[in-house]
Design a protein around this ligand. Structure first.
Ligand code: ZN
Length: 222
């Protein structure tokens, strides 16, 4: 891709595998990188503290924004402990881990902050490959949101999605190429049950992460 070594980027950052890979990707491509983390009543508050810790390791300024209004509006199993989390995508709808409007809200907040700080580039770890098919992780949505934010704020933001066409195996590969494979493997928190690194091993996030890791390791050791 084009290098932006004289420009700044704001990364939507949760401290999970994907956004941590994106954080280091941004550090590689931009002059200064900033991390923005959202709280929205996730089951595990240590997610934010872990994100703060990783940003510290990456020497990246870290900011937390409260977006918990989204959970009041949209019941979902990430924030509502009384809901049983769907293990798979139901045939005719999205799993209850889907939080309607979340990524649109997060991108709007991120762009608003970027506007105030004079930052043009936004980076998010959404992906179309290998996921539950959330509509706000698709490329079409990101392009549309980018256009809308530019029109809304009369700016030329660029939303970067380095993981858009990568499956989990390829996300591990990218971390390795960036020289942060061990950091992503050992320090990130992806598990829906709040367990660091390889996680609980049985929630949907762990199954996806660990399957990708196994596939990548098989390839790497060849
Ligand atoms: Zn898990």
């Amino acid at each position: 891709m084009e290098e932006y070594t004289n420009q700044d980027a704001l990364v939507l950052f949760s401290g999970g595998q994907d956004s941590t890979t994106c954080l280091y990707w941004a550090k590689h491509h931009f002059k200064h990188t900033y991390a923005l983390c959202f709280t929205y009543g996730q089951r595990h508050s240590q997610e934010v503290e872990n994100a703060r810790r990783i940003a510290g390791m990456a020497e990246t300024p870290f900011r937390v924004l409260d977006a918990s209004i989204i959970s009041h509006l949209a019941p979902n199993s990430l924030t509502d402990l009384t809901m049983r989390m769907d293990q798979e995508k139901p045939a005719d709808s999205y799993p209850n881990t889907f939080v309607p409007g979340r990524n649109l809200l997060f991108l709007t907040f991120a762009a608003t902050l970027a506007y105030a700080e004079g930052i043009r580039h936004l980076v998010t770890g959404v992906s179309e490959a290998d996921y539950s098919g959330y509509p706000d992780c698709r490329d079409t949505f990101i392009r549309s949101a980018n256009t809308t934010l530019n029109l809304a704020m009369d700016k030329q933001f660029v939303i970067h999605t380095p993981l858009m066409w990568r499956n989990k195996k390829q996300v591990w590969q990218l971390a390795d190429e960036l020289g942060v494979f061990e950091i992503v493997k050992n320090e990130t928190l992806t598990c829906y049950n709040g367990i660091l690194a390889e996680g609980c091993g049985h929630c949907p996030a762990c199954l996806l992460r660990n399957k990708g890791l196994e596939e990548y390791m098989a390839e790497r050791e060849r």
